[in-house]
Design a protein around this ligand. Structure first.
Ligand SMILES: Nc1nc2c(ncn2[C@@H]2O[C@H](COP(=O)(O)OP(=O)(O)OP(=O)(O)O)[C@@H](O)[C@H]2O)c(=O)[nH]1
Ligand SMILES: [Mg+2]
Ligand SMILES: [Zn+2]
Length: 300
């Protein structure tokens, strides 16, 4: 049977949505237990005789992976071939900035762009505690965007920034990832409604990753919300690379192999003391150092 290159646009454990070369969408099964495609993967697929389903036979080499450790410390890939990670927080639920930092650290290590988006700015009656943290991200060199899926504020700017990217929107549950994507994507209402599971509170929480087309030719992946996130990185070098401003300041440390924790004449610690690097970001860096050391120990 004829093999085709296809794009994985939806991942429902072992059941996949594929976009074929003629742009049609089909449902596919996976050949063998070892093949584990994710949203954003390019795969080889072939039709199954006398069935509507297709069969995925292998995954093309990935440009990069957004991953996390599973509960046994093994790498679990969440999405592949991503050019931009959009880390979203909101006025409510209360932001966990460490989660944002760790998504940014993942983006740095994937070689992907990253944008910090702060949603629900229409809820102005709630105190915005985010100004300081958002200023820190700007100072580190990240694009920061405040928006509202309710009023549409600034979403045209986000649309422009993502127009030709393959982006994934990540963040805590309830920050508005699906709502923002409904605003950005071509024809998304129906599909996100169809793939959302309803919670006891009657809220539509996303349970599976799904890729939607953007009008500019790009694509955006809606992902399930998280309570916590850690990247699947287990070396000090990767953690350092994960924090732009620390990586940059670290070029001026006395020791070339300085990990910016306890070494003398550390330019990073000096920058923190002088207020040029945010103490909160440095705290986040130290926490990720600990996590990555734990992960390395569990793997060895
Ligand atoms: N006031 C206000 N509410 C919003 C905004 N964006 C989303 N919401 C609401 O926030 C709730 C959660 O929005 P979702 O888009 O489902 O959030 P999500 O990040 O996709 O959540 P998960 O799929 O669980 O990760 C819904 O009740 C939305 O209507 C906004 O900009 N302003
Ligand atoms: Mg959602
Ligand atoms: Zn140092």
């Amino acid at each position: 049977m004829t093999q085709q290159n296809a794009l994985v646009t939806g991942a429902f454990s072992r059941r996949m949505y594929l976009r074929l070369e003629d742009q049609s969408e089909v449902v596919a099964r996976i050949k063998g237990k070892k093949v584990r495609p994710v949203c954003g993967d390019w795969v080889s697929a072939e039709p199954i005789p006398k069935e509507p389903d297709w069969l995925i036979t292998n995954i093309k080499p990935r440009k990069n992976e957004l991953a996390r450790p599973d509960n046994r410390g093994r790498k679990e890939v969440l999405a592949a071939n991503i050019s931009c990670v959009v880390a979203m927080a909101a006025v409510e639920p209360k932001p966990d900035w460490f989660v944002v930092d760790r998504y940014l650290a993942a983006a740095e290590n994937m070689g992907a762009d990253a944008i910090v988006v702060f949603n629900k700015t229409d809820l102005a009656h709630l105190p915005s505690v985010a100004d300081e943290q958002l200023a820190d991200y700007e100072r580190s060199g990240y694009a920061v965007l405040r928006c509202s899926a309710e009023s549409g504020a600034n979403l045209d700017r986000l649309a422009t920034m993502l127009a030709t990217q393959t982006a994934i929107i990540v963040g805590q549950s309830g920050v508005g990832k699906s709502s923002v994507i409904n605003y950005l994507a071509v024809d998304s209402e129906q599909r996100t409604a169809a793939i959302s599971g309803s919670t006891g509170e009657g809220r539509h929480t996303t349970v599976n990753s799904v890729m939607l087309e953007l009008p500019g030719g790009g694509a955006v992946i809606d992902s399930p919300g998280v309570r916590d996130y850690a990247p699947a990185i287990d070396t000090a070098a990767e953690v350092i690379k994960g924090f732009r401003e620390i990586n940059e300041a670290g070029q001026n440390c006395r020791f070339a192999n300085c990990v910016h924790l306890r070494e003398p004449d550390c330019a990073v610690k000096l920058a923190v003391e002088e207020g040029n690097i945010s103490a909160r970001r440095y705290e986040s860096f130290k926490r990720l150092m600990n996590l990555s050391r734990d992960l390395a120990n569990r793997r060895s």
